[in-house]
Ligand binder design. Structure first.
Ligand SMILES: NC(=O)C1=CN([C@@H]2O[C@H](COP(=O)(O)OP(=O)(O)OC[C@H]3O[C@@H](n4cnc5c(N)ncnc54)[C@H](O)[C@@H]3O)[C@@H](O)[C@H]2O)C=CC1
Ligand SMILES: [Mg+2]
Ligand SMILES: [Zn+2]
Length: 273
């Protein structure tokens, strides 16, 4: 089943409903999609509703619930769980839904004047009629880079990672800088190393909560590893044939590593997740 996001008018009846709050979806043994007209007859605290796209031929709507919402036989399941275990199209749908949900939850009032906003018909935007301003879903560009030195790659651990896992370096692009500048700055800040010969590999939308990852390979140029306090717990060079536990296979972090390893070892190249 293929997921395609589109703008659907929530005034239309029918379709499926996703029940969402704060990076979680209500699910039962059949999954996350519930008959929408049935859902509306339940006594659920609905904050808002968006028509977000089609899963196969079926219309899908996102119902934003209060955190207190419960439905018999259902439990809240995290988006991260679906990233780790769900099928690819379901994860794509939930990733989009979660970002629309986050944006809606954060723009119910105007950030300039505090007036309640309203959903614009026909467009994915929240409008403040008092300021005449519109607020679209927010995306945060971030770079992610694998630093390489021949048969070695530089991987690091954040204190937030699962025990033992090492990954590539990542960070948010700051206002006014280019992505290339961001790569050099973040690598310098996090591990004290200079890089050269950046190669853009590809991108990935990352819904935790709204990053767009721009992925690179970069060659080591100079410097010794100096770890950034608080952000980096450990950083070191690993040989491509002797790697630690790595991030989830659906992440671009993993792709950057797998791709480089495949190139060094002469194996078939993986495709972008
Ligand atoms: N898909 C993938 O393979 C991976 C994705 N990521 C994502 O990359 C992003 C950046 O990675 P980090 O190393 O955590 O970033 P980072 O190195 O810039 O540091 C994180 C810090 O940035 C600040 N921050 C939070 N949200 C921000 C925003 N929207 N704009 C600017 N600063 C913000 C906070 O102080 C936070 O503690 C995150 O969204 C993370 O989930 C990170 C690694 C792998
Ligand atoms: Mg970082
Ligand atoms: Zn306003």
């Amino acid at each position: 089943m293929v997921w395609r996001n589109t703008f659907l008018d929530p005034a239309q009846p029918g379709g499926w409903a996703l029940l969402y709050n704060q990076q979680q979806f209500l699910a039962d043994s059949n999954g996350v999609l519930f008959p929408r007209d049935w859902v509306k007859r339940q006594d659920l605290p609905i904050l808002g509703e968006q028509g977000i796209g089609h899963f196969g031929d079926d219309a899908v709507y996102l119902l934003q619930l209060k955190p207190s919402a419960t439905l018999e036989g259902c439990s809240w399941q995290s988006l991260r769980q679906f990233m780790l275990q769900g099928d690819a199209e379901t994860f794509r749908m939930l990733a989009y839904a979660a970002q629309i949900g986050t944006w809606y939850a954060e723009h119910r009032y105007c950030g300039s004047c505090g007036t309640p906003t309203r959903q614009l018909p026909g467009e994915r935007a929240m409008r403040c009629d008092s300021c005449e301003s519109q607020h679209y879903p927010r995306i945060s560009p971030s770079m992610i880079v694998l630093v390489t030195r021949g048969d070695e790659i530089l991987l690091a651990r954040s204190p937030r990672f699962v025990t033992g896992v090492y990954s590539t370096l990542a960070g948010f692009v700051e206002p006014g800088e280019s992505v290339e500048h961001c790569v050099a700055r973040e690598v310098r800040e996090e591990v004290g190393v200079e890089v050269k010969n950046l190669q853009y590999i590809g991108s990935q939308g990352w819904p935790f909560p709204h990053s767009l990852m721009l992925g690179f390979h970069a060659e080591y140029a100079s410097g010794e590893i100096v770890m950034q306090e608080d952000e980096i717990e450990d950083a070191r060079w690993f040989r491509v044939d002797d790697l630690p536990p790595l991030p989830a296979s659906r992440s671009i972090a993993r792709h950057l590593i797998d791709l480089y390893v495949a190139r060094r070892l002469g194996l078939p190249e993986p495709s972008l997740p």
